[in-house]
Design a protein around this ligand. Sequence first.
Ligand code: HEC
Length: 123
Amino acid sequence: MKKKLLITLIAGMAITFTLNSCYYDQFQELHPSLNTACDSSAATYSGDVNKIVNAYCIGCHGSSGSGGVSLNSFDNVKAAAANNKLMNALTGNGVPSMPPNTHLDDCKIGSIRHWIQSGMPNN
Ligand code: HEC
């Protein structure tokens, strides 16, 4: 009897662990329109950059943006990109990394980099 209880407990813990380890995948499920296949070479402003900024940055960089940086419009994002502040913050190059204490994954950073290198079109 006791052995069965132990097995049930361990199985329960294993299931809980498995479910929890999927936690980070759920963001993509909630935002299926984000570029999940990691083809950053096809990145556009409306399809990628704007969605990434809205998901990860706008909470602190709205109209009265933290650090004097507002990312609430195409022009503001373009201005931050043009003076290198955007990419420096994303890579933590000489300034605190953004979002604070973490990094976006390589695909998202690559998408923004591609958009900048393409001349920051409003596409
Ligand atoms: C939790 C709030 C928060 C979030 C989320 C956040 N930032 Fe920031 N950001 C700040 C603060 C606060 C500063 C001021 C610098 C500092 O003291 O860390 C800052 C500064 C900056 C700066 C100016 C850096 C400089 O001095 O040149 C840029 C650019 C920036 N953030 C971009 C971003 C981007 C892009 C994202 C999303 C990927 C983001 N931030 C997400 C709080 C945030």
